[in-house]
Ligand binder design. Sequence first.
Ligand SMILES: [Zn+2]
Length: 110
Amino acid sequence: MSGFLIDLDHVLDYYLHTGINLRVVNFFHWCNNRKFEYLTLIFHSFELLFILWIVIYMFGLGSFWVALAIGFSQHMILDLFGNGKFLKTHSIYFLTLRAAKGFRIKDFLH
Ligand SMILES: [Zn+2]
């Protein structure tokens, strides 16, 4: 489930660009045709993933959290390889680096 839910950050970015609406077709058009200049992609973050695994380890969290982290990890790995042809750099998956660029996406995508 977490491997799917992580992509909700695309919806958040869509709403930041267009305002809240329920036009699903426009959302996919916006994504597929890369109509965005800025992307926050809050959950697509190796920093958050690393922190999650550390917290799980430090606090001995149970199988729910481990499953969540596995889904999150799987999604990030699949994105790294699956989106490779669109990326100038794989550093796009570091939230701090995106923030350092003001979330402007042109430095990360072809
Ligand atoms: Zn993704």
